[in-house]
Design a protein around this ligand. Structure first.
Ligand code: KIV
Ligand code: ZN
Length: 389
């Protein structure tokens, strides 16, 4: 099922994101984030892992009971009790999904599960059938897929699709894949599995090598049509693919990729701020899209270019992603044009070029001592110069 150009956005901030050490959230906090995700038009919200704790169960239930604009999902291992608990939490959902998983890599099967590959297939099929009896929307994940054998993945996927799974998720659980290889895996699965057209293929990439978004893009180029991601890239260890980066790459490079999402991108910065304030995880200033400097320009050459045409140094607008505006930062790299333009905006004028030059020299001296020069600094400096001249 990869013929359409719509990529489903599955947000797992409330499940995998919450697995970041120190990021646990209360039920009310999760509800606030879920409402913001719904407002942003996220297609699927993974609200938690119902069997993990009574609190997680209550959070999923509260979200499923009240958030109707997105599909609400609970994770569950391929175990009867997990699946039943997930179904119970989702019972009032307008649209609910059970996401069940089992590991398929040799190392996980041998050491963690202590199961043979045949036993893993048997468990997976049984879990999907049980989930499918309780809810129509079932997703199945092959944990550690990027270190699993391709023939074995084809075998288990064919069987779980027959058992009722309608989304097949291929996680790069340990962030081991590189884009070309990961795209090739997706392409092979889609070509080799006879009933692949009955399911949507999804990916779930971790960021251990900083490649989670690149791997997700390679996967959609190869035919995957669901991407699992989190706000601010929150998640286990180095985190998950960042929703804001993936969504804006799809939007900005529609010319090349020909794909789209449902996301209202103007809700991205509010979502980022909400998640950061609730979890207490700050967003680094140079973080793509949502970092404080993502739309800030300091160098004289860049500021001069921006004053002539915005697209010289911006590939999207700050407003597209929910900032009020971009920023011209006045610092030691700023040039005369930007200096004059900012002072004009502030209502200050110069009686001569000599006065402007004098003020600009004083500005550069100050900028060597201070990281950022604020509007008040500029105005004070100009009135000093004008009083002296
Ligand atoms: O990283 C992973 O493999 C997971 C699965 C449970 C989908 O989070
Ligand atoms: Zn994960």
């Amino acid at each position: 099922m990869s013929s359409n150009n719509q990529v489903i956005i599955f947000d797992t901030t409330l499940r995998d994101g919450e697995q970041s050490p120190g990021a646990s959230m209360t039920k009310d906090e999760k509800l606030r984030i879920a409402r913001q995700l719904e407002k942003m038009r996220v297609d699927v919200i993974e609200a938690g892992f119902a069997i993990a704790s009574p609190g997680d169960f209550a959070s999923i239930k509260a979200i499923a009971d009240t958030v109707t604009g997105s599909t609400i999902c609970s994770l569950s291992r391929a175990l009867d009790a997990d699946i039943d608990r997930a179904a119970e939490a989702l019972k009032n959902a307008a649209s609910g999904r059970i996401h069940t998983f089992i590991a398929t890599s040799p190392i996980h099967m041998k050491y963690k599960l202590q199961m043979t590959p045949d036993q893993v297939v048997e468990h997976a099929v049984r879990a999907v059938k049980r989930a499918h009896n309780l809810i129509s929307d079932v997703e199945f994940s092959l944990e550690d897929a990027s270190r699993s054998d391709l023939d074995f993945m084809c075998r288990i996927i064919e069987k779980v699709i027959d058992a009722g799974a309608r989304t097949i998720n291929i996680p790069d659980t340990v962030g081991y894949a590189i884009p070309e290889e990961f795209g090739h895996t997706i392409e092979q699965l889609l070509q080799r599995i006879p009933n692949a057209d009955k399911a949507i293929f999804s990916v779930h990439c971790h960021n251990d090598l900083g490649l989670a978004v690149a791997n997700s893009l390679a996967a959609v180029t190869a035919g995957a049509r669901q991407v699992e991601c989190t706000i601010n890239g929150l998640g286990e260890r180095a985190g998950n693919a960042s929703l804001e980066e993936f969504v804006m790459a799809i939007r900005t490079r529609k010319d090349l990729l020909g794909l789209e999402t449902n996301i209202d991108t103007t809700q991205i910065v509010p979502a980022s701020r909400l998640v950061s304030s609730i979890t207490g995880f700050p967003v680094q200033p140079n973080k793509a899209i949502v970092g404080a400097n993502a739309f800030a320009h300091e160098s004289g050459i860049h500021q001069d270019g921006m004053l002539k045409h915005r697209e010289t140094y911006e590939i999207m607008t700050a407003q597209d992603v929910g900032w009020q505006t971009n920023r011209m930062v006045m610092g030691k790299h700023s040039g005369r044009n930007a200096f004059r333009a900012r002072l004009n905006e502030l209502g200050a004028t110069f009686s001569s070029d000599a006065e402007l030059n004098h003020a600009f020299t004083r500005f550069k001296e100050l900028a060597d001592k201070k990281h950022e020069i604020f509007d008040e600094d500029l105005l004070a400096l100009v009135s000093d110069v004008q009083a002296a001249d």
